[in-house]
Design a protein. Structure first.
Length: 134
């Protein structure tokens, strides 16, 4: 399993993003099944559609949102069950620089034994039990 971060998904869906080419290669590897299924947190979904609406258009954000929710390769993970663990991670992080959404990604990775995280967010490199992909 692999947990998908908003930086990866936004870069893939935004051709002007500096990481778009890397994201496209990574998406190919993901769709080829290198890590099995993907985990998509509700918080990450929220970030993706919000950023794409601001950087591209609402229509683009809706199209991507619909695609993500229909994707057979992804399991959509509501955050309510993870909220307290995510907030505990956020509170305990020290100076790692994780947002609450990033803390939820780490909590989900821990809970599901899914250490791989598809991201371009350098803050995840500070979490020793997380394997950053690419």
């Amino acid at each position: 399993m692999i947990v998908l971060d908003s930086s990866f998904l936004v870069a893939f869906h935004n051709t002007r993003d500096a990481h778009h080419k890397s994201a496209a290669r990574l998406m190919g590897r993901f769709l080829d099944g290198e890590w099995g299924s993907g985990l998509l947190l509700e918080y990450v979904f929220l970030e993706v559609v919000t950023v794409l609406a601001a950087r591209a258009s609402v229509a683009t954000a809706v199209d991507v949102g619909d695609t993500l929710l229909r994707a057979e390769e992804l399991e959509f993970v509501p955050c309510s069950e993870l909220f307290l663990d995510a907030y505990a991670m956020f509170r305990a992080q020290g100076d790692r620089g994780l947002s609450l959404a990033d803390s939820a990604i780490v909590a989900l990775a821990d809970a599901r034994n899914a250490p791989h995280v598809a991201t371009f967010d350098a803050d995840f490199h500070r979490i020793d039990r997380i394997i950053v992909v690419p």
